[in-house]
Ligand binder design. Structure first.
Ligand code: 3H9
Length: 697
């Protein structure tokens, strides 16, 4: 059966009321058959004059969640949504819309073009198009200002936030709020409209109140907050046009929407949207997760406290274990501070914070974890210490408990091997600050049981994090790739760029912070320790990347926390550290390097090519299930610009053949560092993309 032949819209006549029902699981997206179904239903009812009012509603978990995103980038299939909604607005029989769940994007636009809107309690409405590189393209930029004013239209369409029903009622975007099942509410809404209790009116006949000040403020905000994004600017342009005739405004909106549809940003953001859902598709997805209620966190440092905070915020009971009473006290104080931060940011009420703290127990004896369902070890990154803890856990934990390590690079198989139950052992790699960062790498050992992997994914969901499955290797997906490409930044500086130039070039590419600023923020001592730890294993052919950073650390400059690193931090002011320039000169002289200049584009190309090369090897080695898993790790854990879709989505915009050519060119300078991954060469020869691999090709 062709897509357009699917029947997803049905009409039921009850007296003078025509109930038009949309049923297109899972989220009632406006696929071509839904658009045709609504168009035919309204035309038929008007032609037959079979009802005095039409009530449009949907069944399932939500009202219409928007246009069908999978249709974007494909040939258009009529009717286009804007045309359908213009027709609906002109319908001689008034249309009342009944909304439940989440009425988003095109879904809300259907409601705005109706003649009245009734929400069902629990409803949230929103215009999230900007989050996928678009703007409301079916009248949202014209009809929200008419019903609720320009400031509301700017707020909703530039933030993409979901507005709760009560607030929507206050804004004038809903006419009534009811409780009940969508069909029952639809019938009542029809009766209320017939009785004149719900007033129906055409939105296009309302005039928008001008508000130049709000538009100007929005333009400034967008220039400051989203300098790289196209669609927010175009969205403001369309909203500004809403004070004129609606036909003109709709034309401007349509043009802006179609232009945005054509941008790589739209493709990148939609790749990110589907990618975040695709990573849940794991080989273990049919396994039943184990019940987790009580969690034990071992280690009350920054990571352990952050993990405990995250678990408390998700409603788990948490026991925090530290060896010494003073360390335990510090851990509990950090958790309290984290939760207080949530209260300050308006994310938690005081009552919620108190309830979470009441779920927290502190202990200095690991034996107090004997009843916990999941242990998360978050102590110092030393194999011997980890082994000692896992040996103890094995002795005291109940049967079926999951034993997890938050290690960021150590071998999970080696840790599991000290227990009598390696099938219960898994890596749960959180990112700092753990109660805020979205990413959770779920590291699967050779013997980890499928239910334990499924439990890791269920846990990620409850913690409102994105779980990504990773295999065992030094650094798993993210840190392994980071360990490789971060050397490029150091080589660029040794060869002639300044740290600030590297940072500026990568920030212009879209990273929130360049690598030297990130180093200063995280603490340069961390990299220094890692380099010392790995010194013995460094291959003789490898060009040493740590020369400058080591010298900075030897001065006691560890970045922000010491007031100095690559930059000097002085009461809110930040400028390049002049002493670092001297160190760089000395290191260049010692290595016999004559500095050369790099164009910003060259800096970005080298940095990104190194990232893509190691990411390709991570896919090739089976550490990541698919290229999209790497993309999601970088988007949710490493500040990769979302509008670029992730390193391997970005790689597809360059193409495998060009990437091979680049690596071969750079290899003339350093053949050890720049090696073409076998997979990339094969892709170049076969004309394949990473997206082909995502699709199973
Ligand atoms: C738009 O409307 C443009 C118009 O202004 C103009 C047009 C001319 N299309 O998220 P979930 C899939 S732009 C196709 O896991 P939840 C999703 O991939 C659109 N598929 O559920 C997943 O598939 P799978 C503006 C979609 O309960 C399944 O549905 N609207 C769409 O956690 C379940 O999704 C948006 O941007 C879609 N529009 O959250 C809303 N939406 O099971 C985007 C979802 O195979 N959607 N799917 O992995 C959402 O924000 C959330 O899905 C929602 C439900 C809150 C609705």
């Amino acid at each position: 059966m062709q897509d357009q032949d699917i029947i997803s819209v049905t009409t039921e006549i009850v007296g003078d009321i025509a109930l038009v029902c949309v049923d297109n699981p899972p989220v009632n997206a406006l696929s071509v058959h839904v658009r045709r179904g609504i168009q035919d239903a309204i035309a038929d009812i008007n032609a037959a004059a079979s009802a005095k009012v039409i009530v449009l509603y949907a069944v399932g978990r939500t009202f219409i969640a928007g246009a069908d995103i999978t249709e974007f980038g494909k040939p258009p299939m009529p009717p286009a949504l804007p045309d359908l909604l213009n027709e609906m607005e002109q319908s001689a029989t008034p249309v009342v819309c009944v909304l439940h769940g989440t009425a988003l994007g095109g879904g809300l636009e259907v409601a705005l073009a109706s003649h009245a809107r009734v929400g069902i309690k629990g409803l949230r409405i929103g215009l999230p198009e900007v989050l996928i590189g678009l703007l409301p393209g079916a009248g949202g930029t014209q009809r929200v200002p008419r019903l609720a004013g320009i400031p509301v239209a700017l707020d909703m369409s530039l933030s993409g936030r979901q507005v709760p029903a009560q607030e929507a009622l206050g804004m004038g975007l809903l006419d009534a709020l009811e409780e009940g099942d969508p069909r029952d509410v639809a019938l009542k809404a029809g009766q209320d409209a017939l009785a004149g209790k719900i007033k129906t009116r055409r939105t296009d006949l309302i005039e928008t109140q001008p508000d130049d000040a709000a538009l100007e403020e929005a333009r400034k905000m967008v220039a400051r907050k989203f300098p790289n994004l196209v669609s927010p600017q175009r969205c403001i342009e369309a909203i500004a046009a809403s004070t004129g005739p609606i036909a003109e405004g709709l034309k401007i909106e349509r043009k802006a929407f179609m232009d945005c549809l054509d941008t790589p940003q739209r493709a990148g953001l939609i790749h990110a949207f589907f990618g975040e859902r695709a990573v849940a598709n794991i080989p273990e997805k049919k396994a039943a997760p184990r019940d987790i209620d009580a969690i034990g966190v071992i280690g009350g440092g920054t990571m352990g406290s952050g993990i405990a905070t995250s678990a408390l915020m998700a409603g788990f009971k948490v026991t925090l274990v530290e060896v010494k009473a003073d360390a335990l006290e510090r851990g509990i104080a950090t958790i309290t501070k984290n939760l207080d931060g949530g209260v300050k940011r308006g994310k938690l009420s005081l009552d919620q914070r108190d309830a979470m703290l009441a779920n927290l127990i502190g202990a200095t004896d690991i034996a107090s974890l004997s009843d916990a369902d999941l242990m998360i070890e978050a102590v110092f990154e030393q194999m011997e210490i980890k082994k000692e803890i896992f040996t103890k856990l094995d002795a005291i934990c109940k049967k079926g408990a999951i034993l997890a390590s938050n290690t960021s690079y150590l071998d999970i198989n080696e840790i599991a091997a000290v227990t009598s139950r390696p099938e219960d052992v898994i890596g749960l790699h959180f990112f700092s600050p753990a109660h805020i960062m979205k990413l959770l790498e779920i590291v699967v050992g050779d013997k980890t049981a499928p239910e334990v992997v499924a439990s890791g994914f269920a846990l990620a969901k409850r913690l409102k994090k994105i779980g990504v499955r990773a295999g065992v290797c030094d650094g798993f997906i993210g840190n392994r790739i980071l360990g490789h490409y971060s050397k490029t930044a150091a080589y660029l500086v040794l060869d002639g760029a300044t740290p600030q130039q590297v940072d500026d070039a990568l920030e212009a590419f879209g990273f929130a912070m360049g690598p030297h600023k990130v180093g200063d923020l995280a603490g340069l001592d961390i990299g220094w320790m890692t380099r010392k730890r790995k010194a013995a294993d460094r291959p003789a052919e490898e060009r040493y990347a740590g020369a400058v950073a080591d010298r900075i650390c030897e001065e006691g400059w560890f970045g922000r926390k010491t007031g100095r690193g690559y930059y000097v931090y002085d009461e809110g002011d930040m400028h390049p550290n002049p002493e670092v320039a001297k160190i760089i000169d000395e290191e260049r002289a010692a290595a016999g390097i004559t500095p050369r200049s790099f164009a910003d584009e060259d800096i970005v190309d080298r940095y990104m090519t190194a990232m893509i090369a190691e990411a390709t090897r991570v896919v090739e080695d089976g550490i990541a299930l698919r290229p999209v898993d790497v993309d999601v790790v970088f988007l949710s854990g490493y500040g990769f610009p979302r509008f670029r879709g992730g390193p391997l989505h970005y790689a597809d915009t360059i193409g495998a053949a060009e990437l091979v050519r680049r690596i071969e060119t750079y290899a003339k300078e350093d053949p050890h560092y720049w090696q073409v991954p076998a997979l990339l060469r094969k892709m170049a020869e076969a004309g394949k993309s990473f997206d082909d691999i995502n699709k199973g090709g």
